[in-house]
Design a protein. Structure first.
Length: 289
């Protein structure tokens, strides 16, 4: 009996904290007080998230069992939801908030029949599902929301991805179905966008090998007009560009082919340099449709 009680101690404490949190929420709303920046409220939530992490570390056998996902991730997500942000950023923030509520809902379910909890916590399927949702969304939240530069980069680039889908219906379909072509198309668009806007933030996802490639591309594109960038975009998407448009953009076929090849080469380096971080970025940025 002691062993079972010891194995379930995190569940018992989570139930207690959820009850305490629920009572506090009801009381403060009756008083007409806001819960934003409420120190006492955040103290309870902080401990509850710590309990989530402890349970995750021992029971999430399908994930990584992370125990380093703090309440600051939830606070950042709630802040995002109060602001005007891109679709992808808001969807991630919603998943973080919903996973917090789902975990609390699991505790309330167990409150009704705590004796039925398997002391081997990983054998409780509903608990494991809550853990998977928690770890997945909060891992992304930690990566994207705790660094303002990365938050803004995600917001701006995901908006560009959305516009790309609006310009090309076939590209949108490929992104929705996660077609293999997308995993080269999107890094190409990231490189092209960084050149057009002279914005180098995307290179946090790569190491030194791309520095030289990017410098060469900057030199070759420094006189390219907006029309020229549109033609390069179409070329990267394997769509034909008319000769008149290329002439107006002062681009020869040879120049266009060379730029397309070099951008593709840089895109390959970008996606292979830090693949885990890059894949996380792309997966989140494409969640716009």
């Amino acid at each position: 009996m002691f062993i079972e009680r010891d194995a379930k101690r995190y569940i018992y404490r989570g139930i207690e904290l959820d009850q305490e949190l629920k009572s506090y929420e009801i009381l403060e709303r009756i008083k007409g007080n806001t819960l934003i920046n409420n120190a006492a409220y955040e103290t309870i939530r902080k401990e509850l998230v710590e309990i989530f992490c402890k349970i995750n570390s021992v029971a999430n056998y399908e994930g990584k069992g992370r125990d380093d996902l703090g309440v600051e991730i939830l606070l950042a997500a709630e802040s995002v939801l109060r602001e005007d942000r891109s679709v992808a950023v808001k969807r991630l923030a919603l998943r973080i908030r919903e996973s917090f509520s789902r975990f609390r809902g699991t505790f309330r379910k167990y409150e009704q029949c705590v004796e039925l909890i398997d002391p081997q916590l990983r054998n409780n399927r509903d608990l494991v599902q809550s853990l998977l949702s928690f770890e997945d969304s909060w891992t992304k939240g930690k990566f994207f929301f705790l660094n303002p530069n990365i938050t803004n980069l995600l917001m701006e680039f995901s908006h560009e991805v959305e516009l790309l889908g609006m310009r090309y219906a076939d590209v949108k379909e490929k992104m929705e179905s996660m077609d293999a072509d997308v995993f080269l198309t999107i890094p190409c668009m990231a490189i092209l966008n960084s050149l057009k806007l002279k914005d180098e933030r995307i290179y946090i996802f790569c190491d030194k090998p791309l520095d030289r490639l990017f410098e060469e591309l900057k030199e070759k594109t420094k006189t390219i007009s907006d029309k020229g960038y549109s033609i390069i975009e179409r070329g990267l998407l394997e769509k034909e560009s008319d000769e008149r448009g290329m002439k107006e953009a002062n681009l020869t076929k040879e120049q266009l082919d060379e730029l397309i090849n070099e951008i593709k080469r840089a895109a390959m380096v970008l996606q292979r340099s830090k693949p885990a971080d890059w894949n996380l970025f792309i997966e989140t940025a494409m969640d716009v449709f």
